[in-house]
Ligand binder design. Structure first.
Ligand code: GAL
Length: 455
């Protein structure tokens, strides 16, 4: 089965110790994993001995639950007629609860209000379509193992919330983890245990299908430590279970970029985190941009690098920094997930988030993430080719003083010729360019220029 599946043939290897219990006993779907991993690739992804994953905050780790469950039986076939890469042909966009309310503030009113605001502020027309409930909605499991939803936080139940989101023409997403413990259990002291999907993979996906889930965020949360799982095979398993369900659920995985997912996740997931968590301040945004520089060329339609969700609207991010955050995420072909109170955003921010020229770059059908072509004295220049024969160039000033930035076509790797030039950030024409591009750039600001060959 799996050997002939195009999705599985690109799956990377694992250490061979993967998905074993603390007892050392191999777990039930070893045959599946064995079948999908060719001998040639076994050993290529050695996960043992790697640094712990999870947000780099407090190192005090709560009690670890070693689950007694066994994983659901291995899927024996993948009947889905869709390939993973056929979903999310553009970087997914929407809202996710985490950056707005974290764990403690999650409830159905917040989620429904976000959906309402997406429509009321016209964000749906710009492509923001997924409304994703992140961690901390769970209330344990019943005797049959079915995942329960916290009735205090979601009194109407999750299906009703999903129906509400769908009634607005939007799509609904949910959060789960491959191991026994969610990140909220660790980092937010969410007390409800037994809510991970380990041993309940097919049961959870069946429930999500019943709710009408369109998008799943599947978050690692130290499962290599707690449960001795390995990321690649855990994510292959959930991709397989989703396919077996028949519902084309977009799969967003998160192991924080610790295991080079861009080398093995295409075909398994539609997007994968390349970093640990983003925070609502400049240093974090800058760090996340810098971390993407080595990853140019590793994303494509249906398979996106995810430098984490937007923090626009949160914390102490200035308007220049807001513009940079958005413009650079578009240059990077990144998924765009808001995590803020959309109703409270100023009109100026809505204008940034709906800039059609930047969004067109993000969604460009070549799906080529920008490459950083120079980085001198805090002045960075990035470039990506576009499907219509044009190019997008970002002048990104990481410094605290305004400056004028410039680059020649040769510096940028753009063929010599005559081009019409536009400032995509300001949405204004800049005339013709034949050799040198230049633009004034604000402190912590970004100007994105587009070039199209003159006919
Ligand atoms: C983190 C993840 C966050 C959020 C949180 C939930 O690991 O990176 O985006 O999902 O877990 O507990």
């Amino acid at each position: 089965m799996a050997a002939s599946s195009p999705t599985r043939s690109r799956t990377p290897a694992h250490s061979g110790r993967a998905r074993q219990r603390s007892t050392g006993a191999p777990i039930g779907f070893g045959a599946l994993i064995g079948a999908v991993l060719s001998a040639a690739t076994v050993g290529a992804l050695v996960l043992s001995g790697m640094a712990p994953v999870g947000p780099p905050v407090a190192e005090v780790v709560p009690e670890v639950v070693v689950p007694q469950q066994t994983p659901d039986p291995a899927p024996t076939e993948v009947p889905g007629s869709w390939a993973r890469e056929s979903l999310a042909l553009e970087p997914p966009m929407g809202w996710n609860s985490w950056n707005q309310v974290n764990c403690d503030g999650l409830n159905e009113s917040v989620v429904k209000a976000a959906a309402d605001s997406i429509v009321a502020r016209g964000l749906d027309k710009a492509g923001y379509e997924y409304v994703v409930v992140d961690d901390c909605f769970q209330a344990g499991r019943d005797a049959a193992g079915t995942l329960l939803v916290d009735p205090g936080r979601f009194p109407s139940g999750m299906k009703a919330v999903a129906d509400y989101v769908h009634s607005l023409g939007l799509k609904f997403g949910i959060y789960a983890v491959p191991g026994s413990v969610t990140c909220g259990n660790y980092w937010s002291k969410y007390p409800v245990r037994g809510i991970g999907s380990l041993g309940h993979e097919a049961q959870d996906i069946a429930l999500f299908v019943e709710w009408g889930v369109d998008f799943l965020k599947y978050d690692w949360c130290r499962a290599h430590i707690n449960d001795r799982l390995d990321p690649a095979s855990s994510f292959v398993l959930i991709d397989t279970v989703i396919k077996q369900s028949g519902r084309p659920i977009v799969l967003s995985i998160s192991e924080y970029g610790d295991y080079a997912p861009w080398t093995w996740a295409p075909g398994v997931a539609n997007m994968w985190r390349t970093t640990h968590d983003i925070h609502p301040y400049w240093v974090s945004i800058l760090k996340h941009i810098n971390l993407q520089a080595p990853l140019a060329g590793t994303s494509k339609p249906g398979a996106w690098n995810d430098p984490d969700m937007l923090q626009i609207g949160n914390g102490g991010i200035s308007m220049n920094e807001t513009r940079t955050h958005f413009a650079m995420w578009c240059m990077l072909a990144a998924p765009l997930f808001l995590g803020t109170d959309i109703a409270a955003l100023p009109e100026e921010t809505i204008g940034i988030l709906t800039n059609p020229e930047l969004l067109a770059i993000d969604k460009d059908r070549l799906g080529i993430q920008a490459a950083r072509v120079s980085d001198v004295g805090g002045l960075q220049t990035w470039m990506r080719p576009l499907a219509d024969g044009g190019y997008a160039v970002a002048f990104f000033n990481t410094n605290a003083a305004a400056t004028t930035m410039s680059a020649t076509l040769a510096n940028l790797g753009i063929p010599a010729g005559s081009y019409t030039l536009r400032d995509a950030t300001a949405q204004t024409d800049l005339g013709a360019a034949t050799d040198t591009l230049s633009a004034p750039v604000n402190p912590h600001g970004t100007v994105v220029l587009t070039l199209h060959p003159t006919a």
